[in-house]
Write a protein that binds this ligand. Sequence first.
Ligand SMILES: CC(C)(COP(=O)(O)OP(=O)(O)OC[C@H]1O[C@@H](n2cnc3c(N)ncnc32)[C@H](O)[C@@H]1OP(=O)(O)O)[C@@H](O)C(=O)NCCC(=O)NCCS
Length: 160
Amino acid sequence: MSFLTNLFARAEPVLSEATARDTPAIAALHAASFARGWSEDEVERLLSEHSVLTHRAMAGSALAGFIMSRIAADEAEILSVAVDKSFRARGLSKILLALHMRRLAGLGVRTIFLEVGETNDPAAQLYAGAGFEEVARRANYYDDGSGRTTDAVVLRRDLF
Ligand SMILES: CC(C)(COP(=O)(O)OP(=O)(O)OC[C@H]1O[C@@H](n2cnc3c(N)ncnc32)[C@H](O)[C@@H]1OP(=O)(O)O)[C@@H](O)C(=O)NCCC(=O)NCCS
């Protein structure tokens, strides 16, 4: 690892709103984090939607994580959250989610929904810790690519 890479790997990532310029990095991190990654076109389209809010965590010039939601009236759906493998288990998704929720509340959102695979322990832990509760299940919703399916758990968090 170079001196600079080392330095940024230790520094606290800086959080801010993402822009269209983050498209390649977000698409790459999404592809590395999920069985079906988003293409750059999909990410670019999402980032350009007025109803989509995205926060990023930057470690120097490298994307360490992001979180993205779509807002409809006073509800929001978290579309994705991912943290680069080298930054996981350090509390980064918790601070991304906390900032994102504060910003959603400031925009008038009262309720947040999302879907998560039933076997995704880090995500389940993240959302339980932030006060999300299970409200529904979709049986055999996710296919891990090897023929095995898992349920999707629908989670909800009221902000007010
Ligand atoms: C889910 C994900 C975003 C968590 O990011 P992270 O920055 O590593 O998570 P944090 O360090 O903020 O930890 C969040 C919670 O998960 C727990 N956690 C972290 N890694 C874990 C693991 N491997 N197994 C179980 N729990 C874990 C933490 O202890 C923490 O809970 P706590 O506050 O009760 O201690 C990350 O694992 C990821 O990018 N996964 C791939 C993409 C994905 O599955 N996204 C979620 C889709 S809904």
